[in-house]
Every structure is written in C-alpha cells, then in structure tokens.
Design a protein around this ligand. Structure first.
Ligand code: ADP
Ligand code: ADP
Length: 237
C-alpha cells in the first residue's frame, strides 16, 4: 500500500512540483499517471522511492514513512521498488543476460560484477526474468543489437529479477513505435496480474493508459485533477 497524505514537494528553487496530494494505491494496482509535460508526473512517482523528498505531509509505503528513512533504510526501500525509464539505462555493449545479472543483486560486491562472476542460482533467476518478458532467445545478444522494444524488455527483466513489490515506470513507451509500445504495455499488464506487482506508470498517451491500466490518475500543475477506473473514462481527460 502506498499512501500520500497532504503531500507537497517543493524544489530547492521554491517551485512546488506537487501540492496537496492525497491518494492511496493498493498492492497489485496498475495505475497510469497522465498529464501534460511539466504537470508533475515524474515528481509524483519519484517521491515514492525517495528520489525526491517531500516537503510537507506524509508518504507511507508498505507501512513505512518514506520521509523518515535514512541511508541504509532508503536502499532497503528501493530494493522493493523497481524503476524503469524512457531511456532504457542499459549497458549497451553487454549482453541482455549480463545487464540483468549485474543489476538484480544490489548488494553484490563490485568485484564480482566487474569479473562477471555469478552463481547458477543468479543466472537461473536472470534467465527466468528474460523468459517472463519473452526475450529468452536474446539472452546472449548484445543490447546494442536489440530493437527498442527488446531493450525495454531487458530493462523490465532487470527490474523483475529483483522481484520488487512495486514497479515505477517513467514514460517507458515514449520512445517506442506504436506497435511496440502496445506490446510493452501488455507486458506490464501481464506482470501486474500474474505477479501481483503494483505498477505506477507515467504516460502521456491517454489512449494507451486507458487500454492497459486499471486506474488513471490525472495530474495538472502538481495537483490530482482526476482519479478513477480506466474503464469509466470514455474520452481523453
Ligand atoms: P512531468 O513528468 O509531468 O513532465 P515533472 O514532474 O518532471 O513533470 O515536472 C513538474 C514541474 O516541476 C515542471 O514544471 C518542471 O519544470 C518543474 N521541475 C522539475 N524539476 C525541477 C527542478 N529540479 N527544480 C525546479 N523545478 C523543477
Ligand atoms: P563475457 O563477456 O565475460 O564473455 P558473456 O556476456 O558472454 O560474458 O556471458 C555472461 C554470462 O553468461 C557468463 O556467466 C557466461 O558464463 C554465461 N554465458 C555466456 N554464453 C553462454 C551460453 N551460450 N550458454 C550459457 N551460459 C552462457
């Protein structure tokens, strides 16, 4: 469960990225956060994993008050929250498998990452994650030889391998062609259903949001202006 109570987030220059946010998101929801560029979508999701710090109110994630967490506790919080970006943030010269391997155990010692030493169990988990997003056959292909959609699936597999309870996705399909974007949205929907992972996704394509998410939150100028079931929305908000 994620709960925002009277949350405000003010940037250091004084600009309020979020104002008066009150919302609850239950485990297993697939939420699309929609709104124009600059509305505050990124600010909203980045508060959840403490990439931004709220400046008023309370933000509770799985019974913990995110604002009160310190160093090690923030890392613990983030272990349960996967993050997917528009730019896939992969090591393009490494294979799909290696990208999943080096990322899914945050506490793995650096020397093991550098030498590429992984256990059979780790490798099995990574391959399972690639299988879950339908690109097991690309495990040993370098990322720079994959299509955009396949690269976003590698990023999704990397997140899945951490088995987080929550996935935050910041415009994950913005740089994909319409067909591929639909497939990736479908991947998120399947993972959300089969693994009961909460998905909170920023997306400016209203039609895609309505077709795949179960709940839609509309943000404008740092405030929630719409919150409802995707199936209740008949036209763009
Ligand atoms: P969205 O994701 O909806 O495009 P953002 O959450 O990125 O919007 O930004 C919301 C607003 O906050 C925008 O008006 C943006 O200009 C402003 N903003 C973003 N980052 C900063 C910052 N570091 N300092 C001041 N204002 C910022
Ligand atoms: P490197 O760049 O060090 O050669 P790779 O990126 O090729 O490593 O492989 C990453 C991991 O996958 C390593 O643990 C390697 O042993 C394993 N691996 C590579 N190719 C295969 C393969 N064809 N079948 C099974 N495991 C492989």
């Amino acid at each position: 469960m994620i709960e925002f109570k009277d949350v405000e987030m003010q940037y250091p220059n004084g600009f309020k990225g979020l104002k008066n946010i009150n919302v609850q998101i239950a485990q297993g929801e697939y939420v699309a956060v929609i709104g124009l560029s600059g509305a505050g979508k990124s600010t909203f999701i980045r508060c959840i994993n403490r990439m931004h710090d709220i400046t008023k109110g309370e933000l509770i994630v799985n019974q913990t008050n995110v604002h009160q967490l310190r160093g090690k506790e923030i890392r613990q919080l983030r272990r349960n929250i996967g993050m997917i970006f528009q730019s896939f943030n992969l090591v393009t010269r490494s294979t799909a498998l290696k990208n999943v391997l080096v990322s899914f155990v945050p506490e793995m010692p650096l020397w093991r990452k550098l030498l590429g030493i992984f256990t059979q169990e780790e490798k099995r988990k990574a391959l399972t994650a690639l299988d879950q997003v339908g690109i097991l056959d690309k495990a040993f292909v370098r990322v720079d030889q994959l299509s955009g959609g396949q690269q976003q699936r590698v990023a999704l597999a990397r997140t899945l391998a951490q088995t987080p309870g929550i996935i935050l996705a910041d415009e994950p399909v913005a740089s994909l062609d319409p067909m591929t974007a639909k497939q990736v949205m479908g991947d998120f929907a399947r993972i959300n259903k089969e693994m009961n992972m909460t998905v909170i996704m920023n997306i400016h394509h209203v039609d895609l949001a309505l077709a795949y998410a179960t709940r839609v939150i509309g943000i404008r100028a740092g405030e929630i202006v719409y919150d409802g079931q995707a199936s209740d929305v008949t036209e763009a908000v």
